[in-house]
Design a protein around this ligand. Structure first.
Ligand SMILES: Cc1ncc(COP(=O)(O)O)c(C=O)c1O
Length: 341
């Protein structure tokens, strides 16, 4: 079950989903009902699981588009059951168990209450049972082992109440690579599908290649004198005669403002430092050391140019975050161009 939430981690949910399905993925996971509807409207017919919370107002869309909700809050069971009561067949749901993430999911006590006192509603079909790992990429595996054992206890409760659940799933990318006992019937990788991981150095990572490049081109060139400044609040002052390239992408496009005067871009196969504050739609790069740059030259923000490369992980290090956030931040307004392999 491929995780394509957040616009497929910035890669474009529709094309990414189509590609994953072509490569054998049989099930998709999104965060919201709205994300699921977008995929259905694009003609995607494989089962889609909505990982995030669902609300009463979304039941109409959920049913109309055959989206499978993850029920995490016990109060949602009777509400959803009532809404599904008029349907010809029981509506499939996945139940999420809280095992240590401290976020969404039923506790073991809530699970017992659901199965012991209230009969599990006949208008719902318990198709899936799941949890989410909090520390699959942590250096110490103990917390994950504990989550797995709590999940197994919960699965036993469900089984003892006479339910055979066809789809049991626990692993994100890190879990799938590190903890074989979490494979069950499905795994839910996200980040590794896109060529990144956050595994600790002690764990051998699979051979991954980043899928996405982020490029722009030089919009204007200027030469500034020593002592002159560029961009808002004049945070970059030229120390020598300096060549500046103006690049038409900024924080509205997904480049963190923390890249101001930090990090670099690739032009003509060389690194050009970012100069001054990142603007909403533009950044400036110091290209003094790179001869021959002209307007229209390709600029790589993420990806490879000649022998140099910049990854989302590099940007994450420069800006104090993780590759996930760098990828998800790339605005849907940025045109995506897809190359088939
Ligand atoms: C419930 C759930 N499952 C799976 C994933 C995929 O995780 P990863 O991208 O680490 O593989 C996520 C991502 O946040 C998630 O929230």
């Amino acid at each position: 079950m491929a995780v394509v939430k957040a616009n497929a981690y910035g890669h474009g949910a529709i094309e990414t989903s189509r590609t994953l399905i072509r490569h054998g993925v049989t099930r998709l996971a999104v965060f919201s009902t709205e994300e699921g509807v977008t995929l259905r409207q694009a003609g995607i017919t494989v089962p889609i699981v909505v990982l995030g919370p669902i609300f009463h107002e979304q039941f109409g869309d959920l049913f109309a588009h055959q989206l499978t909700p993850v029920v995490s809050d016990p109060s949602m069971v009777p509400t959803l059951a009532q809404a599904a009561a008029s349907r010809a067949t029981p509506y499939p749901i996945h139940l999420k168990i809280e095992t240590g993430m401290g976020r969404l999911g039923l506790t073991q006590d809530e699970l017992k209450t659901l199965f012991n006192s209230h009969q599990f509603p006949s208008s719902l079909q318990l198709e899936g049972l799941m949890t989410h790992l909090a520390d699959a990429d942590g250096s110490n595996p103990d917390a994950t082992e504990q989550q797995i054992s709590r999940f197994n206890e919960a699965a036993k409760i469900v089984l003892e109440n006479g339910f055979r659940v066809p789809l049991v799933h626990v692993s994100n990318s890190g879990g799938a690579v590190r903890f074989r006992s979490t494979h069950f019937s499905l795994v839910r990788p996200g980040i590794m599908l896109y060529g990144y991981h956050t595994l600790p150095g002690t764990v051998e990572a699979p051979g991954l290649r980043p899928v996405l490049s982020l490029k722009t081109c030089v919009a204007q060139l200027r030469t500034i004198q020593p002592g002159e400044t560029v961009s808002y609040n004049r945070t970059f002052t030229a120390k020598r005669l300096t060549r500046i390239a103006v690049l038409p992408i900024g924080y509205a496009g997904g480049l963190s403002r923390h890249l101001s005067n930090r990090g670099s871009v690739l032009i003509r196969g060389r690194r050009a430092p970012i100069a001054g504050l990142v603007c909403m739609d533009m950044i400036l790069a110091d290209i003094t050391a790179i001869p021959g740059v002209i307007v229209g030259d390709e600029v790589v923000l993420i990806g490879q140019q000649e022998n140099e490369h910049i990854t989302a992980r590099d940007i994450a290090e420069w800006t104090g975050t993780i590759s996930y956030e760098v990828l998800c931040a790339i605005s849907p307004q940025i045109p995506r161009i897809y190359h088939s392999s």
